[in-house]
Design a protein around this ligand. Sequence first.
Ligand code: ADP
Ligand code: MG
Length: 379
Amino acid sequence: MTDVLLPSATLGMLGGGQLGQMFALSARVLGYQVIVLEPDPHSPAGQIADQHIQAAYDDEAALKQFAAQCDVITTEFENIPAHVLNLLAESCPVRPSAFAVEKAQDRMVEKAFIQSCNLLPVPYADIHSEADLATALKTVQLPAILKTARFGYDGKGQIVIHNEEELNAAFKSLGKVACVLEQQIDLALEISVVLARNAAGESQCFPVAENIHKNGILYQSIVPARVDANIAEAAQVAAQRIADKLDYIGVMAVEFFVTKQGALLVNEIAPRTHNSGHYTQDACVTSQFEQQLRMICNLPFGDTRLLSPVVMTNLLGDVWGDSQPNWDILLADSNSKLHLYGKKEARIARKMGHFNTLADDVEQAKQKADAIMQGLTPC
Ligand code: ADP
Ligand code: MG
């Protein structure tokens, strides 16, 4: 039987980004201590934690000190090397495990894993070297997207391909690193499932989110998703199957594509809390961050019930321009809740914060959120 960790226990967070920050905020509300390990001296989570160990993820002495001080360790960042998680696991429980995190670090491994769960990834081909390019074109329909197998996020490391010349040039421009070539899907919509799974193998899903992306970056999540109930149900079942196969402990997300023909394809797996789950902070009984804490501490599930239709809108650095956004427009709306991550520099495409807009239905929430976004950008 796994030990239950009660308030005042010390929780370790690998990674100092906004997902770590929002976890740390939830943990503090519940009376836990948080130690963040993160190289950046000014990280969002480092500002909130009880202790910030400023060290690289492969600094063995720092990792040992971290593990010695924590009762359990979790992560907010999928690119922590598996051997680091295994090293930590020698002296402290690490949830999720290196095995689970590793499956989501490399698109080739991830897609093979999705197939091993009897689920459908987007049609794709593996590319290890130039020799694989011609074969890939025979198996993947154009237009397609060339994606680096590792370290891609927010649409980075992706190039749209219309013909063989473009594929050759794109592979070169990505540095000839391992890639996947994916068919570009004619999307009806994108949805995601955030779910929690405990050490006893029980899992619970949050309501399915409908996601709108702009330039490969999440723009809005709409909940409830405007999708056929059977597809929403199938997505939750698929996400639970993936979590079971990973023997996952914690909170994770699965992103799906719904094609114009009504097929459900698995896009990718995130072994952590997810941007499309931020709506839970203001619209569910339990947030994804509290649920993450509950799972790693072996506490019972918090209720995942949706209390109100909601639209979550991301605030990218683009909204800042040369000055602060017109916050008064957002703050004047009594049903919009602002979350800012404390990042000092507002760069283009950098996630600076988000806001959740609640309303009687998602159409109204979306209209209001879109109007707020229009008004936020300084003229
Ligand atoms: P990231 O790791 O950057 O989130 P994704 O593979 O999820 O990478 O791609 C980001 C977004 O780009 C997706 O949410 C989707 O909007 C679009 N996209 C990616 N791959 C495809 C595809 N094969 N067909 C259509 N759209 C795609
Ligand atoms: Mg994605």
